[in-house]
Every structure is written in C-alpha cells, then in structure tokens.
Design a binder for this molecule. Structure first.
Ligand code: ADP
Ligand code: MG
Length: 720
C-alpha cells in the first residue's frame, strides 16, 4: 500500500533562534519572577524553591497577581492546574481569567486561593478503589518548586499551566508527583545523616535528587500512521512483516539527520527552550526512523515535569512536519525498541554531586558510603525496582536483546569493582587510573582515558558520576520509577547511617570514624555485591548466573506488579511516609488494571484488523490464485504449482482463522480478581496475539502488494 506522498518541506532559510535568547521565556521563574515580585515575596518563595522550606501561604495572593499579569502580557487567556493522575498522562482543566464584579463588570483575576488550590472532579481518574465513582471530590495543590509555564498551541491559544499535586478529598495521593516529592524528602533526610557523619553537612540545607532523561522515539509519516488502526489506537504495530533491511548495516545510528527530521527537531527544541526544558543532545538512534533527545539534568521533580512536557511537545510538533512521533516502547517488532534512560544522582543544594568519585576514590569514604547505599538498595529491593518500570508496552522491549534484561543488576566498571574488592579486605589503598590513550598519529591529541569502560547491557549502570537506569520505558512517566528508587535508597542510607553511628558512636571522627565506616561498608559489600555484574547482560550465561546468585528475574508485568502488594513494600513505603498502605495498594491496582486494559484493547484492535482488513485482502488474493488455476485449466493447461499454491494459501487462511478464534476466546474471559486477570492476559491473550501475528506476517509476505491493505514496515521505516 503506497498511496501517500512524502510530506514536502517548504524551505524558509530562517535560522532557529539561539537557545540562550529564548530559554525559559514562557516560564514564571528566574529573572521574570524576580522582576515581577516584590523582593520580600520573592525571597520567601525562593526559600521554598531552593531550600525546601514550607510555602508561606501569605505570599500566594501577591504571586498569583504577578503570575496572572505576566501570563496576560504573554497572550494567555486561561489558566489550569496541571497535574499527573495515575493514568500516566497529564491532566488540565482550563479556567478563563474571568471574574464578574457585583456591577456586572468583567475583570481578569487569579486569586491566591485559586493559585494554591484547585478542586477538579476526581471521579473519572483511576483511584485504585480509594474512592467510589460517586465520591468525586479531589484537590490539586500548587507545587511552587516547579515553574509555572505557558503552553501555546500553533493556533496561538495560550494557557498558563500551574504544576500541582493531586489528592483525594480524603487526602490520599492520586497522582505521580506527590509520592515523588515525598520520596525526594525521604532520601534527602537520610543522605543528610551521612553528610553529618562525615561532617560535610555545614551550609547544606538539603540533598536533592538530580535527573536527566534521554528520550528515544520514532518518526513516521503521519499519513501512513493514520492508515493503520493498530498505530492510531495502540501506538504500536500489532502485525507487520520484517522488511528486507532493518538495522543490520548500522547505517542509521548517529547518521546524518534527514532534513525534514532536523527541521522538526529544531522546532521542537525551540518550543522546549521557551518552556525552560534544557534539551541538549539530538541524534539518530539504532533503528531506522528512530531518534533521541536528551536534556541537561535538573532537580528530579522539575525533570519529571519537563519529561511530560517534552513528550507533549514532540508529539504536537511532529504533526506540523507531517510526522507522527511514536513514543511507544516497541512500535515495530524485530527492530530496536525505545527507552528513556533515567540518569540519576544526588547532590547537595549547594551543587556538590555526591556520586562523584573524584580522583583518589579510595580516600573518598563518603562517596563509597553513598555508592554502597545504592548497591544495598538495588540488591535488597531489586523486585520493586523491576516492578517500577513494568508495563504492557515495556514487556515487549525488556530482555529483547536490545534492551536490558528484566534481571536488575548494577554495572560498576573496573575501577570501582577493584575498590569494592579492597573494601572487602580492609581499607582501600589505591585507585586504578585510566591513563592516556595514544592514538599513534602524531597529529592527533593524546586522550585522557576513563578508568572504566561503559556497558550498554546493564539495566542500572554507573556512568562516571551518576547511575543510568536504562530499563525505564519510553512512554513512562519517570516520576514513579524515581519515587521507588529514592525510597529504596533512603532505606539503605538509613540502615548504613545507623550502623555507622552504632559502631563509631555519635560525632566520631578521624581514624575511629574511618574504621567504623570501612567495617560497615565491608559488610554491605559482602552481603550485597551479588547484584553487581559487569559482563554481558544479554547473554544466556548471565541468566543462569543470576539465578545461582538468587537474583529475582520477574520476566513480565504480570510477575512484577504483585510485588507492590507485599508486606515488605507496604512497610518500606509507609516507614518513609512516601505512600500509606492504602495508597500503595491503590497504585498496584491501577497499574494492574491498566495492564489488562491495554492488552484487551490491543487484542480487540488486532482482531478487528484481521477480520476487516487482513482476511478480506487475503481472500481477494485467494480469488486471484483460484482464477489463475481455473482459467489455466479452462485453457487446457495443467498448473500444478498454482494449484499447490492455492491449497497452501487456503491452509494459511484457515490457520489464521483458528488463531483468531483462540484470541477471541482468550480475550472474552471475565475475572473478578485483577491479579488473576492479569496473569491470564499475560499467559493466554499475549500468547494468542503472537500466534495471530505469525500467521498475518506470513500472509503479508505473499500477498500481492496492490492488495495489501496496510502501510508496510519498509514504507514506514525506510522511506525518508
Ligand atoms: P549517553 O547517551 O552517553 O548516556 P547523554 O549525553 O545522551 O549520554 O545523556 C546523559 C544524561 O545524563 C544527560 O541528560 C545528562 O544531563 C545527565 N546527567 C549528567 N550528569 C548528571 C547528574 N549528576 N545527575 C543526573 N543526570 C545527569
Ligand atoms: Mg544513555
């Protein structure tokens, strides 16, 4: 099916603006905030933003007026509380800046109360059973730490978006932001204890989580996208035979970016700069049609909000260039899937990265303490970390030989591995150095060489001064995986800080402190280093080795999500006040419900396509074959090859019908218990879909091109 024409790009020869000229122009932050707020109000607000102190409600009215005036000056007509319910998307309900006075005069208004608190009807958002559908009241609460921004559509409609948390009338979190903020506070409190132990907490108000998320995505022609029901409904192709060429030649990765694509990228980046999203890196990814964008890291809460904005801007901008931006983890079977590498670290609010090993790492006991805390956390709660990235979509990507496996492990590299070895045998004495690389050509510079290599098969890799959690899916909101990460790490820091304090006594220093720290770290390394693995995470050998080490391998979502219902999980999240048992249970239910809903929609979409597109096209092909056999025979010519082909074809169609019937049956089963339903979806429905797909793809390979009703993989991926 190749009826569409590639989108033409109109040359404008206009250079995109410099990032520094437009950066943050559409956000209420930095200079804008300083200029528009009285200095005492500004100072008070900064205390909340920069030091994590409680918001002073007395400043709200003044901030609201300034924010409204700024928004109106920039063309806004409406404002909204922008939040992230458990759908995994963002939500917004717009209100005009309009108030009618007693005498009937209309004025533009945003009050302090309207800024601080909203009250959207919460009944249609997932609550995981916390609320009945008739219990509708919910609240949004202003998150002053994430800058308000102006979202402007191509038609010029501008809306002031105020980032908010979303809770039920009974006070339970119904969103992704609230627990993320609580987890940031939890990890900060425990990390501060470690700083205090080392006497480095002076002048530090809080420890912050930092986050930079690389976003992979596909671009395909929008016309082709619209011609496929599976893409429009589910975001991925449910059927589709492999093209003759995929990424075997490695000719796309980091290749020259096609003109239309780079124009799109520049337009998207321009919008993101204006919205204060510091996007920095762009390149072609591994699969044909696949690209990546990465921002400079920010505070985790802001980075998580910006990630949602980024996905929105990519989608909207793509359409202006005749593309559809596919954010799904696995839009195309058989080619590279998309992830969102979650680069995470901890820093003081004064800007010191706590995961920077520095030159002489073996002397840096504070770094080694934080490092061992992370190792302990990932080992102790590997199952929770795995579950935090579980989704129907990510199931297609994880472990598929181009993405990290579902077994959580940490890559440390040779330098740190060596130091852990030393720690196990006493106090570390030396740090392996990378040295220099001599390229052998006099004209090329000597290159400083890092002390460790990189590893792209590890789900959780130390990459110099941060951890890269590579298993996060490309459509995911990063708020949830980071909530889990911060919480399990808070617990580990707590345990390690307590152990050191118990051993050394409070306020110990010098040799006594070093000895206590080394002893605690030695135990930690001994008990938890089984989670460290520097080899090939894709290999079968690692799977059996991981099993021997007793590491969990939760292969899919239906195995992973029930972990959130465990007693350990409940105790962990409530101990650090991140989620109450009720809130955690609700979240698990919502995720499970989402899984079965997504699989159900995919199954029905597939069945519809098979019934209304694939089988009719294949039947037409059958008629052509039958006509050929009939007319040959009528002309007195034997045609055994065509007869055999016809018979085989009829058999193929029959196989497809049988597979479809199995899928229909599996999809129609009803369950009261959500966990049971999830398992059945995973075991029966997903398997039945794979079977249907095999038959469809085999039929596609033999169907005359003019009869095939769908854009093919080659048309979608290889035509630029
Ligand atoms: P690569 O593809 O090699 O992993 P990229 O440059 O594409 O690297 O992305 C690395 C990401 O890590 C960027 O978003 C970067 O800002 C982020 N990052 C760097 N340092 C930190 C840090 N201390 N904390 C969190 N993220 C960081
Ligand atoms: Mg990366």
């Amino acid at each position: 099916m190749s009826t569409t024409k590639p989108h033409e790009l109109t040359p404008t020869h206009q250079a995109p603006p410099r990032a520094s000229d437009v950066f943050g122009m559409l956000t209420f932050s930095g200079d804008t905030m300083m200029k528009r707020l009285p200095s005492d109000v500004h100072a008070s607000l900064l205390k909340t933003i920069e030091q994590g102190l409680p918001l002073d409600p007395a400043v709200a009215n003044t901030v609201a007026v300034a924010m409204k005036d700024w928004a109106l000056d920039n063309g806004a007509t409406h404002y909204c509380h922008w939040f992230q319910p458990l759908t995994g998307m963002t939500a917004e309900k717009h209100d005009a800046f309009l108030s009618i006075l007693g005498d009937g005069t209309a004025i533009e208004k945003l009050s302090g109360n309207q800024l601080i608190q909203g009250e959207p009807d919460a009944s249609s958002f997932p609550s995981g059973g916390i609320r009945d559908t008739y219990e509708a009241r919910g609240y949004t609460a202003w998150d002053a730490t994430s800058p308000a921004f102006l979202l402007r559509n191509p038609g010029g409609v501008t809306t002031l978006c105020i980032p908010t948390a979303f809770v039920s009338w009974t006070g339970e979190a119904l969103d992704k932001k609230t627990p993320l903020l609580r987890s940031i506070r939890a990890v900060s409190e425990q990390a501060m204890r470690i700083l205090k132990i080392f006497g480095t907490d002076k002048g530090v108000a809080q420890v912050v989580a930092t986050l930079g998320c690389e976003q992979e995505y596909f671009l395909i022609d929008r016309d082709l996208y619209r011609a496929r029901l599976d893409l429009t409904i589910t975001g991925r192709t449910l059927i589709g035979a492999m093209p003759p060429k995929g990424h075997q030649l490695d000719d796309h990765y980091f290749g020259a970016i096609p003109d239309r694509v780079i124009s799109f990228m520049a337009a998207a980046e321009h919008r993101l700069f204006e919205l204060g999203v510091p996007v920095k890196t762009r390149h072609n990814e591994v699969a044909p049609g696949q690209y990546e964008l990465a921002p400079t890291f920010e505070l985790a809460n802001i980075a998580a909000d910006h990630q949602m904005v980024c996905m929105h801007v990519l989608k909207m901008t793509a359409r202006e260039f005749g593309f559809e931006c596919l954010l799904h983890e696995k839009p195309f079977a058989g080619v590279n899937g998309s992830g969102k590498h979650n680069n995470w670290s901890l820093a003081t609010n004064t800007g010191v990265n706590l995961l920077d090993p520095h030159e002489e790492t073996h002397h840096n006991l504070q770094f080694l303490t934080f490092l061992c805390g992370v190792i302990r956390a990932v080992d102790t709660h590997a199952d929770l970390l795995r579950a935090s990235i579980a989704s129907a979509a990510n199931d297609h990507r994880l472990g598929a030989n181009e993405a990290p496996p579902a077994i959580m492990s940490i890559y440390l590299g040779s330098m740190l591995t060596d130091i852990l070895n030393q720690l196990q045998h006493g106090s570390p004495k030396k740090t392996i150095k990378g040295g220099q690389l001599d390229l052998g050509a006099g004209t090329l510079p000597m290159l400083p060489r890092a002390a460790s290599d990189r590893n792209r098969t590890s789900p959780f890799a130390f990459t110099g001064n941060k951890f890269e959690f590579r298993a996060v899916g490309s459509t995911a909101s990063v708020a949830w995986p980071n909530t889990v990460l911060n919480t399990i790490i808070a617990e580990s820091f707590d345990a390690i800080a307590t152990a050191i304090e118990n051993k050394a006594g409070k306020n110990a220093s010098g040799a006594k402190l070093d000895e206590a720290v080394c002893s605690v770290l030695k135990d930690t390394v001994t008990n938890h280093r089984r989670v460290c693995f520097d080899g090939d995470g894709y290999s079968a050998a690692w799977h059996s080795e991981a099993k021997k080490r007793g590491l969990p391998n939760l292969r899919n979502t239906s195995e992973a999500l029930p972990v959130f219902e465990s007693k350990t999980a409940q105790e962990l999240f409530s101990k650090y006040s991140v989620l109450s048992p009720i809130e955690l249970k609700a979240r698990a239910e919502v995720l499970m419900e989402l899984y079965v809903t997504v699989v159900g929609i995919e199954a029905r979409t597939m069945a519809t396509m098979v019934r209304t597109q694939i089988l009719p096209a294949a039947t037409r092909a059958q008629c052509e074959l039958a006509d050929a056999v009939g007319s040959s025979r009528a002309a007195g010519v034997e045609c055994p090859d065509e007869e055999l082909a016809l018979r085989n074809w009829v058999q193929k169609l029959s196989n497809l019908r049988t597979a479809l019937a199995t899928l229909d049956k599996a999809e129609h089963k009803e369950f009261d218990d959500i966990a049971q339903h999830m398992r059945q979806c995973s075991d029966d429905v997903v398997t039945a879909m794979a079977e249907v797909r095999t038959h469809c793809d085999s039929i596609e390979k033999w169907t005359p091109a003019d009869l095939w009703p769908l854009p093919t993989y080659a048309e979608m991926l290889l035509d630029r």
